[in-house]
Design a protein around this ligand. Structure first.
Ligand code: HEM
Length: 441
């Protein structure tokens, strides 16, 4: 049997389409070639795109020795370090993953509710009234501070400010450099790579110092609720704790994986909600009646279906594999299309319509609602992200009356590997209530 069909189009045009007009190209290819097809992009192995939930299930549950996700993330190495859970495969990956599962478990998230609400209040109080502002940037500020306080456990104001200054620089420059490896030359402090290295050195200095302080006072560390303190107390199957360098790598991993993704998803929620007055009204009515969760939950899920921040979950084949009746050779990548699966008409009638009610009528299914990926690589921060989004959105909508700054919807724009609202979700705050209480949801 042959490899999955591909577009009759030169590789250079497929590359251009993938970079400039990814979704139209994917939708067109799926229409022509079906739910499993190949695209060829310069600099990458052939990508087998999958958009069928039955095959998604096969891939997510396949043998971990046959499908690697870590190799494909190797470009992140300079930022997240060699022991990051994102970069590992098989046994080393499962070890890190198990150590991280308990601190990020759903039930624990309530402990962070108060900090999340307080951070949201501080941000809301800074917003201008009656003039356009970018909600995406505001959400980035919130998610960065939330991770630093609740995951890194930084409560010293000066250190917090220092990390808030350094980390965006380090991650922006680092992402840039990983996309264009040729600039990874340290020929002085002013080059992007030189600036990246010096920001990373400063960040590492602060993080290793935080880790040292906690080692110095184990009794106080055992009392703390931040993710770092819990990771320090976790033990693997051999009773071994994480090394300090592993702790540092996983902190950076959670920041890279969790900061921009959560901020962008919330920004899309505002973008969609403010163009659907009925949904906004229904949410407001719920909030005023003290009803928590259900509709907001559906609003978040529906937004993640139509505006996933990441388009693919990637796996590289270590051995040949049959995918949807086709033979895929070793070395090729299977790219599960989170975006195309979310737009399937047989599962989501009128797939382009934004209709949160569909998730109240029918809860999402494991292999057809997959914005957090799946299987042994499923997002480790899904509970954290969902709890944070619920808390922050609830607070903003309870305290602010918002409208979209312009009536037209904002399109999706690619920013490195994420897909963001093209104008940063421009909104106007028309009225703001004083903060009352900081009770968690
Ligand atoms: C709305 C926000 C988020 C979205 C949409 C998202 C999405 C994803 C996706 C698609 C993957 C890859 C899954 C796969 O390959 O099957 C992933 C992995 C991961 N995410 Fe998230 N994520 C979000 C927030 C977070 C947060 C807040 C954290 C940490 C606190 C986090 C930590 C991770 C980690 C550590 C992995 C790697 C898991 C592994 O390789 O085993 N994510 N995420």
């Amino acid at each position: 049997m042959a490899a999955p069909p591909s577009l009759r189009m030169p590789k250079s045009l497929q590359t251009l389409g993938f970079l400039m007009r990814e979704m139209p190209m994917m939708v067109g290819a799926q229409r022509k070639l079906g739910d499993v097809f190949t695209i060829h992009v310069h600099g990458l192995p052939p990508l087998v795109i999958v958009a069928d939930p039955a095959i998604v299930k096969e891939i997510f549950t396949a043998d971990v020795t046959q499908l690697h996700a870590g190799e494909g993330n190797a470009v992140l190495l300079p930022i997240v370090g060699p022991t990051s859970v994102l970069l590992l495969d098989e046994e080393p990956h499962l070890r890190q993953r198990k150590l991280m599962l308990a601190p990020l478990h759903g039930d624990r998230m309530r402990l962070y509710g108060e900090a999340m609400t307080q951070i949201t209040d501080e941000e809301i109080d800074r917003w201008p009234l009656n003039q356009p502002m970018a909600m995406h940037a505001a959400m980035q500020a919130i998610t960065l501070r939330v991770i630093l306080r609740t995951v890194f456990g930084i409560d010293d104001g000066a250190r917090l400010a220092e990390l808030e200054r350094l980390l965006p620089v380090m991650i922006d420059l680092g992402q840039w450099a990983t996309m264009v490896p040729a600039i990874q030359r340290d020929i002085g402090g002013r080059t992007p790579w030189g600036r990246f290295l010096s920001a990373r050195e400063e960040v590492d200095g602060i993080l290793f110092d935080e880790i040292r302080r906690r080692h110095a006072d184990p009794a106080a560390t055992a009392e703390r609720s931040d993710v770092l303190s819990l990771l320090m107390q976790a033990r693997d199957g051999n009773g071994e704790p994480m090394a300090d360098s592993e702790l540092r790598d996983e902190l950076l991993t959670m920041l890279v994986a969790g900061h921009e993704t959560t901020a962008t998803t919330m920004s899309w929620v505002f973008e969609r909600l403010l163009r659907h007055p009925d949904a906004l009204q229904r949410l407001r009515d719920d909030l005023h009646a003290g009803v928590r969760g259900t509709y907001l939950d559906a609003v978040i899920k529906e937004t993640m279906r139509v505006r996933p921040v990441l388009n693919f979950a990637m796996r590289r084949l270590t051995r040949p594999l049959r995918v949807g009746g086709f033979d895929v050779p070793a070395g090729w990548q299977v790219a599960i299309s989170l975006a195309l699966v979310g737009l399937r008409e047989d599962i989501y009638p009128e797939p382009l319509a934004w209709r949160p009610e569909r998730f109240i009528e029918r809860p999402p299914e494991t292999y057809s609602w997959i914005p957090y990926g799946g299987g042994v690589r499923r997002c480790l921060g899904a509970s954290f992200a969902h709890y944070e989004m619920t808390t922050v959105l609830h607070r903003v909508l309870s305290r602010c009356e918002l409208r979209a700054a312009q009536p037209a919807s904002e399109m999706r724009r690619r920013r490195a590997i994420t897909h963001v609202p093209q104008h940063g979700t421009q909104v106007v705050v028309e009225r703001r209530l004083e903060a009352v209480g900081t009770t968690a949801l």
